[in-house]
Each structure stands twice: as structure tokens, then as C-alpha cells.
Design a protein around this ligand. Structure first.
Ligand code: AMP
Ligand code: ZN
Length: 480
């Protein structure tokens, strides 16, 4: 176990606190996943990317992370979207779940150990509602839905720091989302209506046919998974975007603790928004971009990762094309440096001055990430290392040993941690202009319908380790 455990801001206490897992080295991590009513936008992915870095950092620090992510495939939004599309619920959500996994892979996000689609956990959800009814913290309303009685849960409002006086006794909300100033009894099970039945979103239960409330889903799925994997009822970390603090996470705590009598999660971690000109990126505001939009534009996912990691997860980021371009350039610089280092490594013998810089890189990155996942500081440290190492390599007598530096650089910038190296192998300028010339010649051949010549050029490039792909924005190439 690390000597210094990572520290993270805990929304529950509003303090940066050392991580204290229940049974180290195991860390159970539950992250609220996408609502698969549509494609996820890069705002959603900002949250998933900070969680990805958190997971990677915990793993590198020696923890054995068990990561659970849910897929909200039944709630107000998915039902409405399915109805509008004239489809059954699962027929509507399945393609978006598939798209989410593709986007996740494009963005190099490590897959969770388990994904829990809500519709596959009905028995657990029904059991949880029964337990809440049994314990008297939930009641059946005259409208046929089951509500959580927040007055029966004395610590309600602790996470979102609501004043107990704000709680409206007797007031009820059936909707999944509502304003912070309106803490009322919320539906844990909604009586099925005609729309639910039409899309196939209704299940039989002892307390009446219906469907789970969104908040209940996460409680039931996380409790079920941690009981199965680890025999516990308490998560080590629960994470999501800040918009989930209220009502979603507040309600998750009420339901879970109301049923188990145990603390639901030891650490609560929330990431700030991705904005566009100061407004939260969202489908509702129409100011969104999806991961597939970026992929179609030929943007290297490393650029988006770098862009996001340049800002602390508890600060908002304003998305602009200029910022993405700058990040693309940054990623390019890392790629060039990587190629230079790898090239110098072929000639190496003995030890050199890069050793000290490498130790410092690793130490400073560890210090930064241990301090509330300070990714922008880690990124700054990485670029400082690149500058210092380049200065060494520029000297008339460059260091002859670079193996240690290459290893340290790859560990930090490569797949192990930040994962911000470009997909394209950096090629020297002469090769790049040869590639451009060949691609132009191929385009010419295709124009004059000489497909044999065009294919020959593709093969000629492939023989040199250059793969090409025709996209709506022209022919792109990638070096193997
Ligand atoms: P949803 O698909 O709406 O259930 O949201 C999935 C995740 O994305 C949640 O953790 C949200 O908090 C998060 N999220 C939504 N919009 C943004 C945004 N603009 N910036 C960062 N995270 C967001
Ligand atoms: Zn959730």
C-alpha cells in the first residue's frame, strides 16, 4: 500500500481527506453511468474521464479497484424517448448502449469491471422497495406509487447540506429530477401508466405493477454488486457529476442507508461541468458535441483527454475549438518527444543526466495526483520534463542513456496513466511530405477512375507502415 494514500475532496464533509477504504487494498468504486436515451455528449464524458483518471491512479497506487458503472436504461427520459421513436424501451436503448461502449473505447476509458443495466436488476429493486416498506421508511401513496418518507430519515439533506427546515412535510414528487429547494418525499416505485405499458417499461411487484424511480436503481444495483463481490454494504467511493448531488445522490443515500442501516459510501466525489460559453453542455441547451462528432472530425482522443486533464476536476472547463486545437498541438509535441526519445534510445550505453529528471517526473506526478487528483499539475510537470529532457538531448554531447527517461515518460503520458500520446506515430517531415504526395497521387488516380493505380498506392503506403482511411473530410493516414 502507498505510504501516502491519495487524498480526495469528500462532498460529504466538504474537505480533502485521505482515502480510507474499508478493506485495503480493495477499493469499491461506483460511478453513475449514462442514461442511454441518446448519445452521450462530451460533457458526460468529462465526468467519465475524470473517473477514468481516478481509477487509473488508484490502480497505479497499488489498490485493487472494483469498478461498477450503471446504465440507466429505464427512467422518465428513456421512456419518453422510446415513446417518441415509436419503439419498445429496450429496442430504443440498445443501440445507444452499444454507441456508449464504442465512444468509451475511442476515448480510451478503461471499461468498468461490471456494467449494470437497470432493467436487468428488477428483482433487486423490488426487494429494496419491499425492505423500505417493511422498515416503515417508505409508504404507498393513494396514487399507487411508493414514496420514500424523508421525515423518517433524520440525516436527509446531509450530502447537499440542506437545512432540515426546508424539508416539506407531506409534499411529494414523482419526477426523477427536481429543484434543490424542493426536498420532498420522492417516488421509489412509480405505478405503471399507459405510456410505461406501451413501451414495455412495467414490472409486476407485490406493491403494484410499475417501474423503479431513477434514484432507487443506483441504490439497488450498487448494493447488489458490492454484496456479491465483497460481502459488504458500504462503497468506498461513489462518483458522478455535481448535478447528481441533489436529488440523485441524496436520495441514493436515504434509500440505501434506510434499508441497510449502514453507511452507503465513505467518500463522495463530484466533478464540475463542461460548459460552452459559461452554460453547462447539455442536450436540453442544444450546445453539445458527441464523441462521435470528434471522431468523425479525425480528432485524436488524446487531445480531448489532455484538454480535460489540464483543468482540475472540481473546476469547470469552457469548451472551445481553440482549446481543442491547442491540446492537439500539445499532444503532437508529446508524440514528437516520444519519437525522439525512442530514436536516441537505440544508441544508448551507460547512465546519464536524464535519470534525475525521470525520478523527479515520477515523484512530482505522484504528489500532484495524491493531492485531490491534481491532473493540471501533473500535466504541467510532464511538459516541464519534456522541455528539460529536450534541452539535454540538444546538447552537443547528448546523454547516452535514455531508457529510464523513456520508461518514466511512457508510464506517465502513455496507456498506464494519462494516456495522452497521439495514435499516430510521429514521422519525420520528409516522410510526411512523401505521404501527402502519395495521397494526392492516389486521389488523382481515383478521379480518373484508375482504381488499379489507386490501390497500388495504398499498398505502397501500407508497405511503409502507413494506413490510410477515406473519411468525409478527406483521406486520413496513420503510421503503425
Ligand atoms: P446522464 O446521462 O444525464 O445520466 O449523465 C451522465 C453523467 O454525466 C452524470 O454523472 C452527469 O453528472 C454528467 N454530466 C452531465 N452533463 C455534464 C456536463 N456538462 N459536464 C460534466 N458532466 C456532465
Ligand atoms: Zn446514480
Amino acid at each position: 500500500m502507498p505510504n501516502t494514500p491519495p487524498s480526495l475532496f469528500n462532498t460529504l464533509t466538504r474537505r480533502v481527506e485521505p482515502l480510507q477504504p474499508l478493506a485495503p487494498p480493495r477499493v469499491t468504486l461506483y460511478t453513475c453511468g449514462p442514461t442511454v436515451w441518446n448519445y452521450a455528449h462530451i460533457g458526460n464524458f468529462r465526468t467519465f474521464l475524470f473517473e477514468d483518471l481516478l481509477r487509473r491512479w488508484l490502480e497505479r497506487s497499488g489498490y485493487d479497484v472494483f469498478h461498477i458503472m450503471n446504465l440507466t436504461d429505464v427512467d422518465d427520459r428513456t421512456i419518453k424517448a422510446a415513446r417518441q421513436a415509436g419503439k419498445k424501451l429496450t429496442a430504443h436503448t440498445a443501440p445507444f448502449t452499444k454507441a456508449f461502449f464504442e465512444d468509451r473505447d475511442y476515448l480510451r476509458i478503461k471499461p468498468a469491471h461490471v456494467y449494470t443495466p437497470a432493467t436487468e436488476y428488477m428483482p433487486q429493486m423490488i426487494a429494496l422497495v419491499s425492505k423500505l416498506l417493511e422498515r416503515g421508511v417508505a409508504y404507498k401513496g393513494e396514487d399507487g406509487s411508493v414514496y420514500f418518507a424523508i421525515a423518517k430519515f433524520p440525516t436527509y439533506g446531509r450530502l447537499s447540506q440542506l437545512d432540515r427546515r426546508e424539508i416539506k412535510v407531506g409534499a411529494r414528487v414523482a419526477s426523477d429530477e427536481y429543484a434543490k429547494g424542493d426536498p420532498s418525499d420522492f417516488a421509489v416505485w412509480k405505478k405503471a401508466d399507459a405510456e410505461d405499458e406501451a413501451v414495455g417499461a412495467a414490472w409486476d411487484a407485490p406493491f403494484g405493477r410499475g417501474r423503479p424511480g431513477w434514484h432507487l436503481e443506483c441504490s439497488a444495483m450498487s448494493l447488489s454488486e458490492i454484496a456479491q463481490c465483497c460481502g459488504v454494504q458500504t462503497l468506498d467511493i461513489h462518483a458522478g457529476g455535481i448535478d447528481l448531488i441533489f436529488p440523485h445522490h441524496e436520495n441514493e443515500i436515504a434509500q440505501s442507508e434506510g434499508a441497510t442501516g449502514q453507511q452507503f459510501s465513505r467518500h463522495w466525489v463530484h466533478g464540475e461541468f463542461l460548459n460552452v460559453r459559461g452554460t453547462k453542455m447539455s442536450k436540453r441547451h442544444g450546445n453539445f458535441l458527441t464523441a462521435r462528432d470528434l471522431r468523425e472530425q479525425g480528432i485524436d482522443a488524446a487531445a480531448l483527454r489532455l484538454l480535460f486533464f489540464q483543468t482540475h476536476y472540481r473546476q469547470s472547463v469552457d469548451f472551445t475549438d481553440e482549446a481543442l486545437e491547442a491540446a492537439t498541438e500539445g499532444v503532437g509535441r508529446l508524440g514528437e518527444f516520444h519519437a525522439r526519445l525512442a530514436e536516441s534510445g537505440k544508441r544508448e550505453t551507460g547512465d546519464g543526466p536524464l535519470g534525475g529528471l525521470s525520478v523527479k517526473l515520477e515523484q512530482d506526478v505522484a504528489t500532484a495526483l495524491n493531492d485531490d487528483l491534481n491532473a493540471p499539475r501533473a500535466v504541467a510537470v510532464l511538459f516541464e520534463f519534456v522541455r528539460a529532457a529536450n534541452r539535454e538531448l540538444d546538447k552537443p554531447e547528448p546523454p547516452r542513456s535514455v531508457a529510464r527517461a523513456l520508461e518514466a515518460f511512457q508510464q506517465v503520458a502513455g496507456k498506464e496513466l494519462l494516456d495522452v500520446l497521439p495514435t499516430r506515430r510521429a514521422v519525420d517531415p520528409a516522410t510526411a511530405s512523401w505521404i501527402d504526395e502519395r495521397i494526392a497521387a492516389r486521389a488523382q488516380a481515383r478521379k480518373s477512375k484508375d482504381f488499379k493505380a489507386a490501390d497500388a498506392i495504398r499498398a505502397e503506403l501500407a508497405a511503409q507502415g502507413i494506413d490510410i482511411e477515406d473519411t468525409p473530410l478527406g483521406t486520413k493516414w496513420k503510421a503503425r
